[in-house]
Write a protein that binds this ligand. Structure first.
Ligand code: GLU
Length: 465
């Protein structure tokens, strides 16, 4: 059996966002699940919009997520080059072949002429497609026009065909060649059209399984026609469901899609993003965070969903919390903002992480708690102030007295305070938390007690009076 080969083929025209990161991840997981090869190909035929800095940043983002590839522009491989801008020679060879066989023809129509046709077709309720104006020009006409206008190249699409294929995700698909019309395979500036370069490269690079976004579904019959005309092997195609935002609109670069850079800079951990993406369109029985290897071994085309996936920040936050819950304390310490180094004594670091870990979502949360625990001027929320006032002077006075005797032992301290004030449970812990932290919710009080400097505890209880 042939080795499975999958690929991710981004255009380096912007940042990697959740949608295309998911495509990359699923293609990588599919290859890994089958012990196959995953390759990275840069689709930079749009010279004006493709930038090397985008290529570099998307490679860095993919690595950050934990993805690696066996072949690509940065690591080479047997099927290179892996940048389309460096593959012109391959495309030229195939254009020459089908031009010689008259399977394509030059088209001299201007954009205005094409637009007029489209408008007329739409008005007549027809799908817009090329009317075939240049399909039967004589050789003499073609030669004459070549001197005055640049020509694009169109594939001759045989009429009356039903084009069928089985999508790896969506099952049986059927298109009519009459709806496609003769389409452009080389632009009038000489650059390869996306449909052409993408299909040719998949085939030449031995890609066996293409996983990509559902927006490419209607490209597939065209690409199968191109490969058939060239006599090249056709990969299997699978189209992943769209990702919708909470407003029900598709995530796109322009609309609501968070880039991986934004998420990383906000402090999301790669495992959280990975686990979130892995479930945007694929079902996993396991509800714990999984490693890349675990995600791959449970990955299956049969678990991919046809229905649109919903990205909501709540789910991403869930995976962030799950990831934080099991991360090594040193990693969390290094993840927190460096301002925290001036606040938390070296000897307290591990205990500090142990105390605040359940209350962290992003690095700024660590700073927030460090300020509360170690800061000189405690801010008190209005709710906490209400509790402190309602509790009264006696409670705080008793607390201060007991502090001198039992200050180092939280349990002994609270037991004594309970006895002295007749409070217990929430009536004891609520006002104590309010006075010590200025808020009503937060890390376990017993853990905070060991971190807040003794002088601060005294001062905050005194302030309660
Ligand atoms: N460069 C194309 C894109 O970024 C690739 C599409 C495909 O995966 O075939 O949309």
């Amino acid at each position: 059996m042939n080795l499975m080969r999958t690929r991710f083929a981004p255009s380096p025209t912007g940042e990697l966002h959740l949608g295309n990161a998911r495509t990359a991840l699923y293609a990588a997981l599919l290859a890994r699940s089958a012990g196959g090869v995953f390759l990275l190909r840069i689709e930079d035929t749009d010279a004006a919009r493709s930038l090397l800095i985008h290529e570099k940043s998307l490679i860095a983002d993919l690595h950050w997520l934990g993805l690696n590839w066996n072949e690509g522009p940065d690591c080479g491989g047997l099927h290179g080059p892996y940048r389309q801008s460096e593959r012109t020679r391959h495309y030229a060879e195939f254009y020459a072949r089908i031009e010689a066989e008259d399977r394509c023809y030059p088209c001299f129509c201007t954009e205005e002429e094409l637009e007029r046709h489209r408008v007329a077709q739409r008005a007549a309720g027809q799908p817009p497609r090329y009317p075939g104006t240049c399909a039967r020009l004589s050789r003499a006409k073609i030669e004459g026009r070549h001197t005055t206008r640049p020509a694009s190249l169109r594939l001759r699409v045989p009429p009356g065909l039903t084009l069928e294929f089985t999508d790896l995700v969506r099952g049986a698909q059927s298109f009519r060649s009459d709806d496609l019309g003769d389409f452009v395979i080389r632009r009038s500036d000489g650059s390869p059209a996306f449909l052409f370069a993408n299909a040719v490269d998949d085939s030449l690079m031995g890609v066996t399984h293409v996983l990509r976004g559902a927006d490419h579904l209607s490209n597939t019959p065209r690409q199968q026609l191109i490969l058939a005309a060239l006599g090249l092997p056709v990969p299997k195609y699978g189209h992943l469901s769209l990702i919708l935002g909470t407003d029900g609109a598709p995530l796109s670069k322009r609309h609501g899609a968070r880039s991986l850079r934004e998420l990383r800079e906000a402090g999301y951990l790669p495992e959280a993003v990975l686990n979130h993406l892995a479930r945007l369109g694929h079902t996993y029985g396991e509800t714990n965070p999984l490693t890349l290897d675990q995600l791959a071994s449970a990955f299956s085309l049969t678990h991919l969903s046809h229905a649109p996936a919903h990205h909501d920040e709540g789910a991403l936050r869930h995976w962030q919390r799950e990831t934080l819950a099991i991360a090594d304390w040193v990693r969390l310490w290094n993840w927190l903002p460096t301002e925290i180094h001036d606040l938390v004594p070296v000897a307290d670091r591990e205990l500090f992480i142990a105390a605040v870990r359940p209350n962290l979502l992003l690095p700024v949360d660590g700073l927030y708690w460090a300020r509360i625990i170690y800061g000189e001027n405690l801010e008190i929320t209005p709710e906490a102030r209400t509790v402190i006032t309602a509790t009264g002077v006696e409670f705080h006075g008793a607390a201060l007295r007991i502090l001198t005797e039992h200050g180092s032992d939280f349990k002994a301290f609270t037991n004594a305070l309970k006895k002295a004030t007749g409070t217990h449970g929430p009536t004891l812990f609520h006002p104590l938390r309010a006075a010590l932290t200025g808020t009503l919710i937060g890390p376990e009080l017993a853990k905070l007690w060991n971190l807040i400097p003794a002088a601060q505890i005294r001062q905050r209880l005194t302030a309660g009076i």
